[in-house]
Ligand binder design. Structure first.
Ligand code: TYD
Length: 134
């Protein structure tokens, strides 16, 4: 499975760093929604779903966490620990997020508004959908 990281240009100087996110520039989709997870409790794993259409870009603003990405054939574990590196997550990718550090703030940009009907929350259904579509 191909893991797509986007390198986000950091404008750093003696004062610190600044990163701009721009639709159609370093973010390869229309930004319709932004949400972030923080204060994630020790030992928690979240996610456990795939999306039918949604594309997302995950950026660890602070701290770190790990993603398990699964396209139905391969599973890959990725560490997100750099606010200048965004992880692009396409549709039909099962994801689980874990190992959140106490200070982790994980921001997600998404190309659609929240829509529960776009979720596949059952892993067996996910595998069936992937098998039928290939
Ligand atoms: P949930 O889907 O359980 O998060 P995750 O899959 O990342 O573990 O979402 C938690 C709650 O937040 C759930 O009640 C739905 C709600 N929610 C929104 O209202 N808008 C959103 O954009 C998202 C991602 C979740």
């Amino acid at each position: 499975m191909e893991i797509q990281f986007i390198e986000l240009q950091s404008h750093g100087d003696s004062r610190g760093s600044l990163i701009a996110l721009e639709e159609g520039e370093n973010v390869p989709f229309k930004i319709k929604r932004v949400y972030y997870m923080f204060d994630t409790k020790h030992g928690v794993t979240r996610g456990f779903h795939a999306h039918k259409k949604l594309k997302q870009l995950a950026i660890p603003m602070k701290g770190s966490c790990r993603f398990l990405l699964d396209d139905g054939n391969d599973k890959v574990e990725v560490l997100l620990d750099d606010p200048s590196k965004g992880l692009l997550i396409d549709s039909f990718i099962w994801r689980e997020m874990f190992d959140f550090t106490k200070d982790c703030v994980l921001m997600i940009l998404a190309d659609s508004l929240y829509d529960e009907s776009d979720y596949i929350r059952d892993y067996e259904e996910f595998l069936k959908r992937v098998a039928n579509d290939s």
